[in-house]
Design a protein around this ligand. Structure first.
Ligand code: THU
Length: 123
């Protein structure tokens, strides 16, 4: 899948977001190394902090299917990932994160570029 295809699918899936409070729909599509694709959307809640981001729901779908850190190659997101999601992208060791910046331009980055000096659980 090309970056444009990933982002195109993320934009399509964003229509399924459940975002009645912010009205800000986000879509995310995670591409596994074996070619499987996992969609995610943000899901909000009347108790606002309980809402979940689109990146997380895409990763959760992959985990339910048995995928683990290192199994996911790329993710396309309709918006710049928030700080918490950047930690998730680091944990799952994506090669590439593509998203549409505020200016509408497509950006591509590694998790390390998005979140330098990550926090890691001491061994
Ligand atoms: N949101 C995401 O889905 N991903 C992000 O990385 C940033 C924010 C969602 C959460 C909330 O439902 C809405 O966007 C507005 O903050």
């Amino acid at each position: 899948m090309t970056v444009e295809e990933l982002l195109g699918r993320a934009e399509a899936v964003a229509l399924n977001a459940y975002a009645p409070y912010s009205r800000y729909r986000v879509g995310a599509v995670a591409l596994a190394r074996d070619g499987r694709v996992f969609d995610g959307v943000n899901v909000e809640n009347a108790a606002y902090p309980l809402g979940v981001c689109a990146e997380k729901t895409a990763i959760v779908q992959a985990v339910v299917a048995g995928y683990r850190p290192g199994d996911l190659e790329a993710i396309g997101i309709t918006a710049s990932p928030c700080g918490g999601c950047r930690q998730w992208l680091h944990e799952f060791r994506f090669d590439t994160v593509c998203y549409r910046g505020d200016d509408g331009e497509i950006r591509e980055a590694t998790p390390a570029e998005l979140l330098p000096d990550t926090w890691n659980l001491p061994e």
